[in-house]
Design a protein around this ligand. Structure first.
Ligand code: ATP
Ligand code: MG
Length: 325
């Protein structure tokens, strides 16, 4: 190579790369004093992709979302949203984003429909646009018959749907959803998942955080597993499971006192063994065969279950801990 000639990316190439990802983070860090809530994470999100941050409490998910949303300044690293740095172009970046924070922050003083209109006015959107848009979003959120209701009279699932409707008032290209279904019952979660699928089908890029593995498996094309501010793994749910776990898992309960002692007698069955306080897990591609091997040693679990590996198993493998404490 000639001295003085550097083979780095040309500005044109850099611009093209930036456009291929709607969000790009490099060594993104947020420190509170000496504590790093987000500790140098790097990832890219493609247009129309549904991208997840999966991790336990305190992993740094909300902190990352707040930096993307431009409400929290990063300590170091690089961040670009639609090619713009949120530190320099806050309002421009926010115009592209819809934000659903972890805690609903609806205006309880206002009625349901009025919440949408007030939020739209805050964006400076004209009444002629807002009136039909509010009705369309109420329909989308299945809240048309609640248009005139008080916010504090809504169920948790309805409030969440209203917060999502509100986040869509400016037709965002990117939707940030921080724990969209935490605290909701299964039915309410399924209604929300259905709405999020529709947005995905409409081409909206979804960035969502969750500590539910089923939610991540259902909604995310690709995800990062985060723990203590760092990325433990990245990939599609299926690829992560393939890479870090076996096809199946046998879950056995031998009684609280016996799980640890029995585990010592399971040596050699399956590929890997995990002993948790309440159960023993055997990782094996053929779960039924592994369970037969257990019983043929004269060991009788009180309950046993053979299931497919999930992201929970990936997390356990990577961190030695369970996702939901
Ligand atoms: N303003 C703050 N000052 C100091 N520490 C903070 C602040 N905000 C967050 N933290 C700490 O940063 C870490 C990451 O917090 P964050 O809210 O991002 O986690 P999370 O992954 O969203 O967790 P959860 O699943 O509970 O919502 C936690 O240890 C938290 O206590
Ligand atoms: Mg959070």
């Amino acid at each position: 190579m000639l001295a003085g000639v550097s083979w780095t990316t040309s500005p044109q190439q850099a611009a093209r790369t930036a456009l291929q990802s709607v969000i790009s983070a490099r060594a993104l860090t947020k420190a509170y004093g000496a504590f790093r809530a987000v500790d140098g994470i790097s990832f890219d999100v493609a247009p129309g992709e549904s991208f997840g941050l999966l991790g336990p409490n305190g992993a740094g998910k909300s902190t990352t979302m707040k930096m993307i949303g431009g409400v929290s300044q990063r300590t170091s690293g690089e961040l670009s949203i639609m090619g713009l740095d949120p530190n320099e172009y806050g309002p421009e970046v926010r115009a592209h984003l819809g934000v659903v924070p972890q805690q609903d922050n609806l205006d309880e003083e206002l009625r349901v429909r009025e919440n949408l209109l007030a939020y739209g006015r805050y964006f400076g959107l004209p009444k002629t646009y807002l009136q039909p848009k509010a009705d369309e979003l109420l329909e989308f959120a299945q809240l048309t018959d609640k248009a005139g209701a008080r916010v504090d009279a809504l169920s948790g699932g309805m409030k969440r749907r209203l917060t999502i409707a509100r986040s869509l008032i400016n037709d965002p290209k990117i939707l940030l959803l921080d724990e969209p279904t935490t605290g909701l019952d299964p039915q309410a979660r399924h209604i929300l998942w259905d709405r999020l699928f529709r947005l995905k089908e409409a081409g909206v890029t979804l960035i969502l955080t969750t500590h539910y593995m089923d939610e991540a498996e259902q909604l995310c094309d690709r995800l990062i597993v985060v723990d203590k501010g760092t990325i433990m793994a990245e990939g599609s749910p299926a690829a992560l499971i393939r890479e870090h776990s076996t096809r199946e898992v046998v879950e056995m309960r031998f009684g609280s006192e016996r799980n640890t002692t029995v585990a010592a007698e399971l040596d050699g069955i399956g590929e890997r063994l995990e002993t948790l306080p309440d159960r023993v897990l055997i990782y094996a591609d053929d779960g039924e065969a592994a369970l037969e091997a257990v019983t043929s040693r004269g060991l009788r679990p009180i309950t046993s279950l053979v299931r497919r590996s999930s992201l929970e198993d990936v997390f356990l493998r990577l961190t030695g801990r369970s996702l939901v404490d």
